[in-house]
Design a binder for this molecule. Structure first.
Ligand SMILES: Cc1cc2nc3c(=O)[nH]c(=O)nc-3n(C[C@H](O)[C@H](O)[C@H](O)COP(=O)(O)OP(=O)(O)OC[C@H]3O[C@@H](n4cnc5c(N)ncnc54)[C@H](O)[C@@H]3O)c2cc1C
Length: 448
């Protein structure tokens, strides 16, 4: 276990404000109970940090002890149907190790720097193929957890209710140090694109959602354009594995890493914003047929310094049934906002279709099938103000936020979206951690 006094500046350049008194680099999980027991040496709150890529203050140091899990980096065992690994392993490391054995996770995110601890306890919705599996945490079948009192618990899917709560626990109910995830044989995914106006999207919506496959949307409110990306499992796997993804990956690789600081100024050149947008859309709309790839190939690495990427998007989920109408309202909202404030997001907004998934208490698709909407930006000055108004828009349109990917969230948004589930979680948290050893100001503000 290595201690380090934290950089006293506290807030990093992204504005994500932390200020723990101590940061621990954990080497062995056996040290966790010691940290939890000694509150004088390791001040409260004790908060876990994985890859440190959350868009919010859910890690939140608050003058306490931040425990960095990166040292828990062992993939313990890869079997035919499951993999066991420690909480500090990054998803990209795991996915590559699985791919070498012809295996994959049932869901593969596009970003690689997610720790398995965060996979287990946060909200990570992904474009889904089937009901019951729309969030990364639903791939988790077992967790080894150290409780706030320092006791070890092994929880499996058999304990359904406990698992459901732990999968939404953000380090508030205990520290996860090892997990088991479901795996499956790797299969190629065929990717097709369709570029539609909002009117066309609305008219074809029922056939879009009823055809098989996972759906990812690329939404441009100011160009009245929705690119529908459909991922279907490709049994034949004979189609070309080049073309569109190479172009898209290179756009991602070249544009995303600079978000936050440098690209802001590059994009300020007149005309260049539109060039980036249309370049992406050109990439998405040409040669868009007959491309296949394996899931691990779409994973990208963001800059090593997490703060450089923090500002890029915010995420809410909305009921599938009304989604075209919601998009219409969103387009109108963006245009009205631009008229009044001269601000608009200059990056294509993403969206994913989520099948219903009740695997975790704060699942974004707990109450039914949903689509996310992810306003995206280079993180320039007016972005945070935009999100404040967007959050009110999203909440009043029946949106469900997340605690790790929705910025500028307010308690009333949480109460409206989660209602009884938030109350239940609060009661459980108070019972399991009466001394608030793991509780921070962010969750105290949002959940009580
Ligand atoms: C630019 C950008 C792009 C992104 N793209 C994607 C994407 O394509 N797909 C996607 O799914 N997500 C994406 N994300 C979101 C990101 O994956 C999530 O926010 C995720 O939570 C980050 O994982 P992490 O390991 O950095 O978590 P952290 O920020 O380190 O921690 C998240 C929460 O989990 C708790 N925690 C962490 N480890 C443990 C543990 N061992 N025990 C108990 N609690 C723990 C922390 O205390 C905190 O509350 C992106 C984020 C950014 C900034």
């Amino acid at each position: 276990m290595v201690n380090k006094v934290f950089d006293p500046r506290g807030a990093d350049s992204s504005g994500t404000y932390r200020r723990p008194r101590l940061v621990m680099r954990l080497k062995r999980f056996e040290d966790i109970p010691v940290v939890l027991a000694k509150s004088r040496t390791y001040p409260t709150p004790v908060r876990m940090v994985g890859a440190d890529y959350s868009q919010t203050r859910c890690v939140g140091g608050d003058g306490g002890t931040t425990v960095d899990t990166a040292g828990l980096d062992k993939i313990v065992e890869i079997g035919e149907n499951t993999v066991r690994a420690q909480a500090g392993v990054r998803v990209s490391t795991l996915v590559k190790a699985l791919a070498e054995r012809g295996l994959e996770l049932p869901l593969t995110p596009e970003m690689g720097q997610i720790s398995l601890g965060a996979v287990a306890v946060t909200t990570l919705p992904q474009a889904s193929y089937a009901a019951g599996l729309a969030q990364m945490s639903s791939c988790v079948t077992e967790m080894k957890v150290i409780t706030p009192q320092g006791k070890q618990m092994v929880v499996t899917e058999r304990e359904r209710d406990l698992m459901r709560v732990l999968r939404s626990s953000f380090g508030l109910l205990g520290v996860v140090h090892e997990i088991v995830l479901r795996v499956q044989p790797m299969s190629a995914v065929k990717i097709d694109y369709q570029v539609l106006s909002l009117k066309e999207f609305s008219g074809r919506f029922s056939s879009i959602i009823n055809a098989p496959g996972a759906l990812r949307l690329h939404v441009s409110p100011f160009h009245d354009r929705i690119t529908v990306e459909r991922r279907t499992l490709d049994e034949t796997s004979t189609v070309s594995r080049s073309g569109i993804w190479q172009i898209q990956n290179s756009v991602m690789r070249n544009v995303l890493p600079a978000f936050g600081s440098t690209v802001g100024s590059v994009l300020a050149a007149p005309g260049l914003r539109a060039a980036v947008l249309s370049g992406m859309h050109r990439a998405l709309s040409t040669g868009a047929r007959g491309v296949a790839m394996y899931a691990h190939e779409w994973m990208r690495e963001l800059p090593k310094e997490a703060w450089k990427a923090r500002h890029t998007y915010s995420l809410w989920a909305f009921p599938q049934a009304d989604y075209p109408k919601l998009l219409g309202s969103y387009f109108a909202f963006c245009k009205a906002y631009y008229k009044e404030h001269r601000y608009r997001c200059h990056v294509v907004n993403g969206a994913s279709r989520l099948h219903q998934d009740r695997g975790s208490l704060f699942s974004a698709s707990y109450s039914g099938p949903m689509f996310t909407l992810e306003p995206s930006s280079t993180g320039d000055a007016a972005w945070d103000d935009f999100l404040i108004d967007f959050n009110d828009f999203a909440s009043s349109h029946g949106g469900t936020p997340t605690f790790n990917q929705t910025r500028a969230l307010q308690p009333e948004h949480v109460t409206k979206a989660f209602g009884e589930r938030a109350k239940l979680f609060r009661a459980l948290r108070q019972r399991t951690d009466p001394l608030n050893r793991l509780h921070n100001a962010y969750f105290s503000y949002l959940l009580g």
